[in-house]
Write a protein that binds this ligand. Structure first.
Ligand code: NAD
Length: 505
């Protein structure tokens, strides 16, 4: 393919309040997934030396930032949220150009960041500890929150603005300084984000940005001895590597990973609502959501009528570039991802799966400028097959039949993942039972498998995550340490081990 440089900009790392090149001077290109011949930016390819510089900036900045009150820190974050609000259309067009999603979807990505800014800024006035009774007389006991230190943040490209905000805002509110490694497919969004924080008044060194490949810049960040915590969003396989590397030096770690999310459609479900939700959950953003619906489990008695409705909706979905706001199924992020998804489809067929919709790459016209796969549905699968177990991260849905609610839950829980799950039913007893029975971190009734809100915790179980929940009050738990504090005002030495017989030592 011919490469064209249309409005190609040169970008830099952001260290100690200055925009700088990588130490090696090496660069990498970012391309537009809606037209892969278009190079949209040239970025510094960073590694260990750049991480060292960022740490040298973030460590001294921590000394001042950590003693600022959380209310003051929250005010800066709130200001950043307001700037994002003013610039949201400009920001959405940057996201759409480098991620390939439509402007409409990109606006949602920005809104999620704005919502996190306003929520977390308010948490600055609720940065609570607890007080407790002591088991001894004349002794006061309480806990108080403290920052952790320098936090390394590594993100995914699929929600480049939202994920950066979900992590960076609470990390800053809690008094940490931050080194953000941008995702290599969406580095310009990170640059834009940092410029907003700079404009909002964040002191130099409090937030730093480095660009570069995961195994180089990302790994150097994870292994750096002065980085106290790593907060990661990405695939489960990278998560395992990061988890091992953090364990090796006992660094705090939070891993938000992949999903194989299922919708269960019961015999009493609103089938139109369920079909709309599955079509949207499985195929919008080409299935490139951690909470995408990648399995649907249908009660036998409504299987045929549900599938008829689903296939009708899927047949009407329009694949197209992010530049066209009427596109339902936008391009895959990269050639690598295209080959990966096509490989999964081919192997599923060889293993006995039946393609009942889509199944291949789209070509001709705008499709030749990006990587598109037609919305694909595969039936006749078992829970043991690769296509039922692995996260594909593309527009691919597998279909199961279930004879009962219990049967459906068993199929649901056969997945190694446990991020989000949804049940369509009108039965209140089954709804509440589902919350108890589903092995997933987020459960919905009569809604798609995505749609989390910033003031509520988000995250998964099993291979979908470990460490802490993201967002909501859980973000405060993740990004702060709790100290336990005692004041003894008895004027003698007391020992809690002797409290039963009231002895003193
Ligand atoms: P990925 O794991 O390939 O990359 C994620 C990030 O990790 C990138 O910034 C990359 O540069 C970095 N990285 C890669 N190797 C590294 C290493 N050895 N050390 C340090 N960093 C390294 O994932 P991806 O393809 O960018 O994103 C898609 C995945 O993200 C999917 O699995 C999706 O489900 C998941 N995701 C999860 C959530 C969630 O909140 N649970 C949200 C969005 C995406």
């Amino acid at each position: 393919m011919l490469v064209k440089e249309v409005m190609t900009d040169y970008f830099k790392n952001y260290i100690n309040g200055k925009w700088v090149d990588s130490v090696s001077g090496e660069t990498f290109n970012s391309i537009n997934p809606s037209d892969v011949t278009e190079i949209i930016g040239i970025f510094p390819r960073s590694g260990k030396h750049d991480v060292d510089l960022a740490v040298k900036s973030a460590l001294p900045a921590f000394v001042e930032w950590k003693i600022m009150s959380p209310v003051e820190r929250g005010n800066i974050i709130l200001k950043a949220g307001r700037i994002m609000e003013e610039r949201k259309h400009e920001l959405a067009s940057v996201i759409s150009r480098e991620n390939g999603k439509t402007i409409k979807s990109a606006l949602g990505d920005v809104q999620s960041g704005i919502d996190m800014a306003s929520f977390i800024a308010g948490e600055g006035r609720r940065w609570y500890g607890k007080t407790s009774h002591s088991a001894l007389k004349k002794r006061f006991a309480m806990t108080k929150r403290y920052p952790i230190g320098v936090v390394g943040i590594i993100t995914s490209w699929n929600f480049p603005m939202a994920i950066a905000c979900w992590k960076t805002f609470p990390a800053l509110l809690c008094g940490n300084t931050v080194i953000l490694k941008s995702e290599e497919n969406t580095p310009e969004t990170a640059v834009y984000f940092i410029k907003i924080l700079e404009e909002a008044g964040l002191p130099a060194g409090v937030v730093n940005l480095i660009h570069g490949p995961g195994p180089e810049a990302g790994e150097a960040l994870v292994l750096h001895p002065d980085i106290s915590m790593i907060s990661f969003t990405g695939s489960s396989s990278t998560g395992k590597t990061i988890g091992r590397n953090c364990a090796g030096r006992l660094a705090k770690v939070s891993l938000e990973l992949g999903g194989k999310n299922a919708v269960i459609v019961m015999d009493d479900a609103d089938l139109d609502l369920a079909a709309d939700s599955v079509a949207c959950g499985a195929f919008s953003l080409s299935g490139q959501r951690c909470t995408a619906t990648s399995r649907v489990i249908i009660h036998d008695s409504v299987y045929d009528s549900f599938m008829e409705k689903l296939l009708e909706r899927v047949g009407k979905l329009k694949a197209g570039p992010g530049t066209d706001d009427t596109s339902d199924v936008t391009p895959l992020i990269s050639r690598r991802q295209l080959d990966r998804v096509l490989g999964y489809i081919e192997r599923a067929q060889k293993a006995g799966g039946k393609i009942i919709a889509g199944g291949g790459q789209l070509s001709g016209g705008v499709y030749d400028k990006g990587y598109y796969i037609s919305p694909t549905i595969i039936s006749d699968v078992s829970t043991e097959m690769e296509i039922s177990r692995d996260e594909v991260f593309g527009p691919v849905l597998v279909v199961f039949r279930a004879g009962s609610y219990e049967d459906a839950v068993k199929i649901h829980n056969a997945s190694p993942y446990g991020l989000s799950a949804s049940l369509f039913t009108k039965d209140v007893n089954k709804s509440f039972s589902f919350f108890d029975d589903a092995e997933a971190g987020v459960c919905y009734i009569n809604a798609p498998t995505f749609g989390s809100e910033p003031h509520l915790p988000f995250g998964g179980v099993k291979s979908s995550g470990i460490g802490y929940r993201e967002s909501g009050w859980a973000a405060i738990e993740a990004f702060s340490e709790v100290k336990t504090l005692y004041v003894d005002y008895s004027a003698k030495i007391q020992n809690v081990q002797f409290v039963e017989d009231k002895k003193e030592i």
